[in-house]
Design a protein around this ligand. Structure first.
Ligand SMILES: C[S@@+](CC[C@H](N)C(=O)[O-])C[C@H]1O[C@@H](n2cnc3c(N)ncnc32)[C@H](O)[C@@H]1O
Length: 689
C-alpha cells in the first residue's frame, strides 16, 4: 500500500498548525455571495441509507472563493488507482464556433472555461480540417475539480483516451457490409473514456486537484497572485536561509559569542523573524512569491516551517492539511457524486447511459448537477457555406467561403447535452460526475429540481433576466437529480426530457430512414477491427464512403517500395497543351514507421493456411488548381508502388473531414427541457410562435 510520509490518514500534528493560507478571496474573481431567492428552494434531498459508502462528494472547496470542489469520500485512494473504475467521462466536440457565430459578440460561451485541446483526444484530430478550431467540452470530473498547482493529486489519463464508438451499444451491428441503421447515430458523442488517475495517495476527505497547467494562472489577471511551483521553490530558499540563521545563532549564543547578545536577549526573536517574513506579503501584495510564504497558526511558529522543509513539496505542501475535510462533514455538507456509474444504455439508440451504483431510496439524491449557462441558444447554430467574390487590389477576383447567416442548417452536438425551455434563449448544460449520461424516459425514475440555495454560488440569478447575468464567466447554478421512487442497484437512471423532446425524437425516427450513408463506419472503429476482411476497390470504394485508406510505411519497406523524391506529373495547361512537371514529394522523405501513404486494394486472397492477404497499389493524389478558375481543382492519381502479400495490418483508415455522423445535418438535435414548474418566469425572453 502506497503511503505518503506522515500524511497517512489524518491531519499531521504540525500541519494542523498551518493556517488555511490560500491567497485571500479578493484574489479570486468569483466571490460566492449567497443571496436568497424568491423562488423557493426545495429542502435538500435525503442522503441514501448507504451514503457512508459514498466515494466522492461535491462540497464547498477548501480554496476560498473557488465555489464547489470535489472530495474523496469515505475511502482512501491509492496512487495509480482510477478515481472510479467506470469507462469515463464524455468528450463533446464543438466545431468551428468562431466561423459560425464568432461574428456576434452577444454569444458568450462559458464552456470556454471547461474545454480542452481537441488534438490530444484520440480520433478527434482526423475528423476536421483544423483541430485547433475544435473545442473539446468534457462535462465530467475534469470540469468540476479545482486546481492547486502544488497539490495536484489526479492526472487525466492520456493512455485511456482511446475513445470511440466501441461500448456505445451500436458497434455490435458493425460488419463489413455494415448498416449503421440506428437513428441515434450522430446524436450523441462518439468520444468517451476520459478517466482520472490518482497521482499520489489521496486520503479520505481530501480535495481532488487536477492540473490546469501554469498557463491557466498566468493568463488570467484574477490569478496573478496565486503561487506557481517556482514561487514555492523561491520561498523554500528563503525559509532555508531563515533556518540557517536561527540555527547558527542558537549555536553561537551557546558558545557565548558577544555579537549575539542582543538577539539572545529576546527569547522569541526566532518567531519574530518569521513573523516579519510572513508580514511581508501585506506590503508586497502583488507577488506570487509573497503568497507562497506559509502562514502558521500561531504566527511565528518556526517548528511548522522545519516540518514543511522536510516534506518533498516544501512550502508547496502548506495547504495540504486544510485541503482535507472530515468525511462526516462531507456527509453533512456535501452532495454525493458517485451514486451513478456509466455503461451502455438499455434504451434503444440512446448510446451510453447512467446506472445506479448503489440502491437509492425514493426522495434521495441521485446526483448533484452543476450547470454551465449559455445565455443565447443561437451560440450553437451551424450555418451553411456561401461563396463570396471580393476584388483584389490588382483588380482580379478572389473567392472566399463564409458562413451564410441567412441559412442555419444544424446545431452543435453540445445542444443535446443542455437543458432549455421553449420560451427562453437560455441553455443550462449539466456537468459533474456522469450527469451528462442520463437518458430520457417519459416515465422516469428521477426528477430534476433546483439545488438548495447554499449549494449554488448564485441562486439569486433565478430572479433576474438572463440578460443581466448570462454573460458572467463563472457557473453559478445547480440542479439536483432526485429519485422519484426506490431505485435498485444497477437500474438505469432516467429523467423526463419533456414532451417537446419526445415529439422531436419521434419525428426524427420517422424521417430518419434512407438518409444515412449505410456503409460509413468511422475510421477509428475500422482501425480497431483487426480481423476485418477489407474490400477491394471493385467491391467497395472507401473514398466514396467518407474514408481514406492508407498503407503503412513498414509494409512498403518490406515490399521494397521506395517513395520517389519527385513525381512526374502530366497535365494540360490553360492553352490546352500537355505539359510534364516535376513535383517534389517533400512530405514523404523520411522513413518513419508512422508514415502512411494513400493506397487501394486490388485483390484479396486466402492462403492455404487460412490467412487473408492483399495486393495493393500505393498512389499519390495530386491536386491542381486551374489558373483561370481558382476555386476549381482537378485531381490525378499516380500509382508509384505495388504491395504484394500484405496482411490486414498494412492498412490504416482515416475519415474524410467533416464526415462523421455527428457532422451530418440529418443527425438529431434537441435540447432537454427544464420542467415548466421550476423554470423561472423572469427567464422567458423568447416568443414562441
Ligand atoms: C444528455 S445526452 C445523454 C447521453 C448520451 N446517451 C450519450 O451517449 O452521450 C442526450 C442524448 O442521448 C440520447 N438519448 C437520450 N435519451 C434517449 C432516448 N430515450 N431514446 C433515444 N436516445 C436518447 C439522444 O441522442 C440525446 O440527444
Amino acid at each position: 500500500m502506497m503511503r505518503m510520509g506522515i500524511f497517512t490518514g489524518r491531519k499531521s500534528p504540525f500541519l494542523s498548525q498551518l493556517a488555511a493560507a490560500v491567497p485571500s478571496s479578493s484574489l479570486v474573481a468569483f466571490l460566492l455571495l449567497v443571496i436568497s431567492s424568491t423562488i423557493s428552494s426545495p429542502s435538500p434531498p435525503s442522503p441514501s441509507p448507504s451514503s457512508s459508502e459514498c466515494g466522492m462528494y461535491l462540497a464547498p472547496s477548501t480554496i476560498p472563493g473557488a465555489g464547489m470542489g470535489v472530495f474523496a469520500g469515505h475511502h482512501d485512494i491509492q496512487k495509480g488507482e482510477y478515481l472510479l473504475s467506470d469507462d469515463g467521462d464524455l468528450v463533446i466536440p464543438a466545431y468551428d464556433m468562431n466561423w459560425h457565430v464568432g461574428h456576434d459578440k452577444r454569444y458568450s460561451f462559458l464552456w470556454e472555461e471547461y474545454t480542452w485541446k481537441a488534438a490530444s483526444f484520440g480520433g478527434m484530430k482526423e475528423e476536421v480540417e483544423n483541430v485547433k478550431k475544435v473545442k473539446a467540452c468534457s462535462p465530467g470530473l475534469g470540469a468540476v475539480i479545482n486546481c492547486m498547482l502544488s497539490l495536484v493529486n489526479v492526472v487525466d489519463d492520456y493512455g485511456s483516451r482511446q475513445m470511440g464508438l466501441s461500448g456505445s451499444g451500436i458497434n455490435d451491428t458493425i460488419t463489413t457490409t455494415t448498416t449503421l441503421s440506428s437513428p441515434g447515430i450522430g446524436s450523441y458523442t462518439p468520444y468517451f473514456g476520459r478517466r482520472w488517475k490518482a497521482k499520489r495517495y489521496i486520503t479520505a476527505g481530501m480535495e481532488i486537484y487536477g492540473n490546469y497547467g501554469q498557463g491557466y494562472f498566468t493568463s488570467r489577471r484574477d490569478y496573478d497572485k496565486i503561487p506557481l511551483k517556482s514561487n514555492y521553490k523561491e520561498i523554500d530558499k528563503i525559509l532555508k536561509k531563515y533556518q540557517s540563521i536561527i540555527t547558527s545563532s542558537s549555536s553561537s549564543s551557546s558558545t557565548g559569542n558577544a555579537d549575539d547578545a542582543v538577539i539572545d536577549g529576546d527569547s522569541d526573536w526566532k518567531g519574530d523573524l518569521l513573523i516579519f517574513l510572513q508580514s511581508l506579503n501585506s506590503i508586497w501584495d502583488l507577488s506570487r512569491n509573497m503568497h507562497a510564504i506559509p502562514q502558521t497558526d500561531p504566527p511565528g511558529d518556526s517548528s511548522a516551517v522545519d516540518w514543511l522543509l522536510k516534506q518533498k513539496g516544501g512550502s508547496g505542501m502548506q495547504h495540504y492539511n486544510s485541503s482535507i475535510r472530515d468525511p462526516e462533514w462531507l456527509q453533512a455538507n456535501g452532495r454525493c457524486m458517485d451514486n451513478i456509474k456509466d455503461g451502455i444504455s438499455k434504451i434503444p439508440d440512446a448510446g451510453r447511459g447512467a446506472f445506479a451504483r448503489r440502491a437509492l431510496t425514493k426522495g434521495s439524491l441521485v446526483a448533484p448537477v452543476p450547470l454551465i449557462h449559455i445565455p443565447e441558444r443561437k451560440t450553437f447554430t451551424i450555418y451553411d457555406k456561401k461563396k463570396i467574390i471580393t476584388n483584389k487590389k490588382d483588380g482580379t477576383e478572389n473567392f472566399e467561403i463564409v458562413a451564410d447567416h441567412e441559412n442555419p442548417i444544424h446545431h452543435q452536438l453540445l445542444l443535446n447535452y443542455c437543458f432549455g425551455h421553449k420560451e427562453s434563449t437560455l441553455l443550462l448544460c449539466p456537468y459533474g460526475l456522469l450527469t451528462s449520461h442520463i437518458n430520457h424516459d417519459s416515465n422516469p425514475n428521477t426528477k430534476v429540481v433546483w439545488a438548495i440555495d447554499d449549494q449554488m454560488a448564485h441562486p439569486e440569478w433565478r430572479d433576474k433576466p438572463v440578460e443581466e447575468w448570462g454573460t458572467l464567466e463563472k457557473a453559478g447554478l445547480s440542479f439536483n437529480f432526485v429519485a422519484l421512487r426506490d431505485i435498485k442497484e444497477g437500474e438505469e437512471i432516467t429523467v423526463d426530457y419533456g414532451r417537446e423532446w419526445g415529439r422531436a425524437w419521434e419525428e426524427h425516427i420517422q424521417s430518419f430512414e434512407n438518409r444515412i450513408n449505410e456503409n460509413y463506419v468511422p475510421a477509428f472503429e475500422l482501425n480497431k477491427m483487426v480481423d476485418l476482411n477489407l474490400q477491394t476497390i471493385e467491391e467497395r470504394d472507401y473514398e466514396n464512403q467518407g474514408l481514406h485508406l492508407f498503407c503503412r510505411n513498414p509494409y512498403l519497406e518490406w515490399s521494397g517500395v521506395v517513395p520517389r523524391e519527385t513525381i512526374l506529373l502530366k497535365s494540360t495547361n490553360k492553352e490546352g497543351n500537355e505539359t510534364t512537371t516535376n513535383i517534389n514529394r517533400t512530405e514523404y522523405n523520411d522513413w518513419d514507421e508512422h508514415q502512411i501513404f494513400p493506397c487501394r486494394i486490388r485483390q484479396r486472397y486466402t492462403t492455404n493456411d487460412g490467412n487473408t492477404l492483399y495486393f495493393a497499389e500505393v498512389f499519390e493524389r495530386l491536386e491542381m488548381k486551374l489558373q483561370q478558375h481558382e476555386e476549381v481543382s482537378i485531381t490525378q492519381d499516380l500509382v508509384w508502388g505495388i504491395l504484394f502479400d500484405v496482411p490486414r495490418d498494412a492498412f490504416y483508415f482515416e475519415d474524410q473531414k467533416y464526415h462523421r455522423h455527428h457532422h451530418q445535418i440529418w443527425s438529431f438535435r434537441h435540447d432537454m427541457r427544464v420542467p415548466d414548474d421550476i423554470f423561472p418566469e423572469v427567464w422567458k425572453n423568447r416568443r414562441v410562435s
